[in-house]
Design a protein around this ligand. Sequence first.
Ligand SMILES: O=C(O)CCC(=O)C(=O)O
Ligand SMILES: [Fe+2]
Length: 415
Amino acid sequence: LAAGSRPNVGLHGSSCYGGSRRGARISRRCVSTLWAQKPGKSTKRHPAAVGGGGFGGASRTHMPPSPTNDYAVFPRLEPPVADTLVAAPEDWEQPGPLPNEIYQRLDQIYGLPRFNYETSEPVSLDELMVAPKDPPSISRNEFDDLLSAATGRPVSTPPASTFASTPSSADLPLDALPPFEKFRILHVDPLVLGIDDFFTAAECDRYVALATQNQKHNILESRSPTVGKDAAAKAQRTSTTYYNHFEGVPELMAKASRLLGLQSIDRWEEPQTVRYRKNEKFTWHLDALGPNENNPGLGGQRLATLLVYHTDLQSDEGGATMFRDLTGTNGRLAVRPRRGAALLFFPAAGGIPNAPFDVRTLHCGQAVSATSQQDKWISQLWLRQSSYTPTAPPGNSHSQATKAISEYCANLSVK
Ligand SMILES: O=C(O)CCC(=O)C(=O)O
Ligand SMILES: [Fe+2]
């Protein structure tokens, strides 16, 4: 999309869309229709797709890799995929409650029926028992073709076994937290949400201090260039990652789980706090795991990415989280770090049918400018399909955090 242009917001021209009024309703049937109606129908060429390349496409124009070439590793979206993009109406970027159609999407596309649930609402046993949705299945050969097209080199995936989903046992008093109210809808399809005041300033300060005093807090520091990412994505990270113990970050675990309406924290990966100094960045990548990392026995695919910004960066200081193919109010969607704000998106649901991840969520951590007055600090969490077994720092476990989370919730209740 050209900078400043905005596609029609009507969801594929569907009459079930409630316009830009918050709280407008659409029926479940309409959402399913949208979902079923994904690529393939339209022959219209999308501006973002002109110029060749294409994920999964047969014809590929290889461009020489260069640091400024956004399409060097990941080809442009193919027209039918680009046609599925739905930007947010401008006024939805102002903080406020979520419209019903966004809750419907969270339920039906992303498998989160209890997202930001009202505390007064009685929760039925059915809802408590709801299983996470698996991303659409795909054959191994199809997957290899898609990945080869995206990375420009042959890929061969080892055979996958079936998912072993362990039901959660933890019973955390997360209802003590009120629902969140300040949502910014940054993109509709794929869904990208901002949440203002997710963390207090004091919480942001504490998380930065935890990482900077990492030895005292037994936090693992890593400068590996591709931490937790599929090597096929060739992602380059120059920032520093700190692996937190779950029990050291009860606010993050409680708020993240409360937001997504989860009953336990068992599906979250190790929390990571990341520091970007001047000129540091993380190039274009997908958070979804590739075949070599996506071990079904260890939690399966990454379904959600939640990121909290601990520092404010001005627009000339860089450090934005940028989505290559999504459009925001001023051209390409770029989320500027604002202290205490959270960002939520879904790396492995939606997008192209029968693909195991949503290629449209390609994003980067833009370099912090050489003149920035301060470092960029974030904490991040990834939600897996099923229970995840943490490996870092050594000895980390979900169950160790139960006491700290319960205490945090209890303190909120007495306030
Ligand atoms: O730093 C950012 O804004 C994004 C980081 C990111 O995408 C990642 O670590 O996977
Ligand atoms: Fe990422």
